[in-house]
Design a protein around this ligand. Structure first.
Ligand code: SF4
Ligand code: SF4
Length: 354
């Protein structure tokens, strides 16, 4: 059994080694149980172990081990809460990254069906898909917007493996980058910063309004905005399906273009927590090197960047808002913001600056 999260390690995808490591970690988690509330992976794991009188995690079948891994959706909440992570404890337990190792092992050893491999690969090409789907948004939205459970959606499920009952965001008529390049660039009276926007696939192809609002707020506050030539999908779809080779290829390219933007004096701003987490953490873990470190240390969540501006000496935010402002709002803290330890930063700042 080898404790490793490095895809280049010779035993990373060795089935016997991975299954022994799963047994070690499942046994530790069964003894700890702290993560019971986060997802169904842990309750499933505990129920399988508890079926045996001696509660030996080594008695789980490979199918039961796989089931636990299949139910992990990489929210990272167990990692954030675990006292036994590599940085803190000799057990060096990183549950989400072990689940990725498991997925990579199954992919490498031909345990993933051809259909799933093909559809995952196709769906992973988010830039190519996004470009086609936005160019033909009327047609793509007819399919995507079809009633959950309808014949059209069942057909998509059969061919692409996307659940027919899942609500899907429609594609935009105009991509964010198209809007960005066509807009009238304002003259900044007091320049307070310079950022390269990493729009993310969601904002680029489906929710450009989020990016447009971001640019308006940033420019109003004297932050110069630009796009990075060559930036595209961060590679999350590959990573989260265990395709480490595919991910590393995409990630290496993104690290190179983003590091160049940082060298030109820009910070990287990301308006979507999952992609932000990938740039800050996964590029370090799976690409590494000085450029990945440079990118990680200059990447900010879009609100995190604004709040830093708010707090820093010599810079200020325009908080003179006009129009109707809601007294209270409901805020769902994204898991991947919690994983970056910035889940409630905006709220805390608001309270402390009153
Ligand atoms: S991941 Fe860590 S905190 Fe969570 S159950 Fe396992 S050992 Fe406990
Ligand atoms: S990363 Fe999230 S989904 Fe995966 S096991 Fe941990 S808590 Fe569950």
């Amino acid at each position: 059994m080898t404790i490793t999260y490095d895809p280049k390690h010779p035993l990373y995808t060795d089935e016997a080694d991975v299954r022994e490591e799963l047994t070690r970690v499942y046994d530790l988690c069964h003894g700890c149980r702290l993560c019971f509330k986060f997802c169904s992976s842990f309750p499933t794991l505990f129920s399988y172990v508890d079926q045996h009188e001696d509660q030996d995690a080594g008695r789980l079948t490979p199918a039961q081990q796989d089931q636990v891994a299949d139910e992990c959706f990489q929210c990272k909440l167990c990692y954030v809460n675990c006292p036994y992570i590599p940085e803190l404890h000799e057990w060096a337990l990183d549950f989400p990254r072990l689940m990725l190792r498991h997925d990579a092992m199954r992919l490498e050893n031909g345990q993933v069906s051809l259909r799933k491999r093909v559809t995952t690969q196709a769906m992973g090409h988010t830039d190519a898909l996004g470009k086609v789907a936005t160019a033909a948004s009327t047609i793509s939205n007819l399919v995507i917007g079809a009633k959950p459970g309808s014949v059209a959606r069942k057909l998509v499920e059969k061919t692409a493996g996307v659940s027919s009952v899942r609500l899907l965001p429609p594609y935009a008529k105009q991509r964010f980058s198209t809007w960005f390049k066509k807009r009238v660039t304002p003259v900044l009276t007091k320049k307070q910063g310079s950022v390269a926007l990493f729009p993310t696939c969601l904002v680029e192809y489906q929710q450009p309004g989020i990016g447009q609002d971001l640019v308006k707020v940033y420019e109003r506050n004297g932050v110069e905005c630009s796009l990075v030539d060559g930036a595209g999908c961060c590679g999350a779809p590959y990573l989260h399906s265990g395709d480490m080779e595919g991910f590393t290829k995409v990630a290496t390219k993104q690290v190179a273009v983003l590091a160049q933007a940082v060298r030109e004096g820009k910070d990287i701003v990301v308006p979507q927590p999952t992609c932000g987490y990938i740039l800050k953490k996964d590029y370090l873990d799976y690409v590494g090197g000085p450029d990945a470190e440079l990118v990680a240390s200059h990447t900010y969540d879009s609100s995190e960047y604004l709040m830093n501006l708010h707090k820093a000496e010599g810079t200020e935010l325009d908080t003179n808002f006009h129009g109707t402002i809601a007294e209270t709002i409901s805020y769902h803290i994204p898991c991947h913001l919690r994983a970056q330890n910035i889940g409630l930063r905006n709220l805390r700042n608001k309270q402390t600056t009153k």
